[in-house]
Design a protein around this ligand. Structure first.
Ligand SMILES: *Cc1c(COP(=O)(O)O)cnc(C)c1O
Length: 390
């Protein structure tokens, strides 16, 4: 018989009752060190006092009014995202896929308004992940996500990640944009070379294409910069954000330059829940913490420390680890043993991680971790890798 919860997930038989900082606890008090962070979502860990009070205060005042009215905290969050990015305007939604969808619609409408309605195709990368709506699975282009859901939404052409020549060759008269994750998350924590990102900007400018970065996973402080593309010194025209934006409260955003966003006039797009007072209160609190002096520097420093530990482990256990990759606190170990099996073993020892594509063990801890947490995780990791079957 089918379960009341639709069986779309392969869940671990484990439930948590409470979280505190970098730890999760089951109802009977078992403790887990959380280096999964709800898939790079709980950037400030669990039960962060600033987020808890922001949610409680807003919860007592006002939850939802819809976008029929002004939402002062939405205006404030948009102003702050604009002030701290390349963008001039923001559309709020509730999930990463919706933020990507907004960007895709914006690409199409931008060229339509420019009198080139035939220009709608978007070049994406093999191994990418952009969410699970019909357009997002077409953009991601992964067979396992597309299977059974034909017809595929038209308008996406895939090229190899990191290959500018292949990308140039894929540009045709209908090409409108390039959509890339600066760090592939689900696709195995692969970091785009800064040269590649600069090359994408140059190609986009040369052909009059829009550059669209999906920073749903790598954005919001994860790499030690507010946005991962800052490392390359280039800016996109459109960017999708979600995961860490609300620190665990569902909220997403699609940012764009004024030139591009100008096509999104009244009535062209919308969301009932998007940018509601509860989400905005929490996201503003997340930003308060992330923009405070020293926060991102500490993320970078902790990222370097964790990276160093992973490199040491990899050097000690070449039979188990093929390489270490990532940026900031978005790190991965490509294993020679099965990554999903390793996630289970680590969980059995009290360390939560996530598997990613390319047989990678993904480590995306809360950005508030301290060195002691890194020591604790490294010890568990080293032990489990030592025990893993060759
Ligand atoms: C998680 C993710 C998405 C989809 O986000 P949802 O909130 O699950 O819709 C899109 N793009 C990237 C890069 C992601 O990591």
């Amino acid at each position: 018989m089918i379960s009341p919860v639709m069986p779309t997930y392969a869940r671990a038989d484990l439930a948590f009752a409470r979280g505190e900082g970098v730890y999760l606890y089951t109802a009977d008090g078992e403790r887990y060190l959380d280096f999964a962070a709800g898939i790079a979502v709980n950037a400030l860990g669990h039960g962060h006092p600033r987020l808890v009070s922001a949610l409680a205060e807003q919860g007592a005042a006002l939850w939802h009014v819809s976008n029929l009215y002004r939402i002062p905290d939405q205006e404030r969050l948009a102003e702050r995202l604009v002030a701290n990015s390349f963008a001039d305007s923001v559309f709020f939604s509730n999930s990463g896929a919706e933020a990507v969808e907004c960007g895709v619609k914006m690409v199409r409408r931008y060229f339509d308004e420019a009198g080139e309605p035939g220009r709608y195709r978007i070049i994406t990368c093999a191994g990418a992940f952009h969410g699970r709506t019909l357009a997002a699975i077409a953009a991601g282009g992964q067979e396992k996500h597309l299977a059974g859901f034909d017809p595929v939404v038209d308008g996406f052409d895939q090229v190899a990640f990191g290959n500018l020549n292949e990308l140039r060759a894929a540009i045709g008269p209908e090409t409108a944009a390039i959509l890339v994750e600066p760090v592939l998350g689900e696709g195995g924590v692969r970091v785009a070379d800064p040269e590649y990102l600069r090359g994408l900007r140059a190609v986009a400018d040369e052909y009059g294409l829009l550059l669209f970065f999906d920073e749903v996973q790598c954005g919001m402080g994860r790499t030690g910069r507010l946005f991962a593309h800052e490392w390359a010194g280039v800016t996109p025209d459109i960017m999708a954000l979600a995961k860490a934006l609300g620190g665990g409260f569902p909220v997403a955003a699609c940012l764009a330059t004024g030139r591009v966003a100008a096509c999104m006039t009244t009535g062209t797009h919308g969301s009932t829940f998007g940018g509601n007072p509860l989400a905005m209160a929490v996201a503003n609190a997340v930003l308060d913490v992330m923009l405070a002096d020293g926060f991102l520097d500490t993320v970078e420093r902790m990222g370097n420390i964790l990276r160093g530990r992973l490199d040491e482990i990899a050097a000690r256990r070449p039979e188990a680890v093929e390489d270490v990759r990532g940026l900031g606190l978005m790190l991965g170990m490509k294993l020679r043993t099965d990554a999903r099996d390793m996630v289970e073993r680590l969980r059995g020892r009290g360390l939560l991680t996530v598997a990613a594509g390319d047989n990678v063990l993904r480590l995306v801890p809360p950005l508030i971790i301290e060195e002691s947490h890194i020591d604790e995780a490294a010890a568990i990791l080293d032990r489990c890798l030592a025990e893993a079957p060759a």
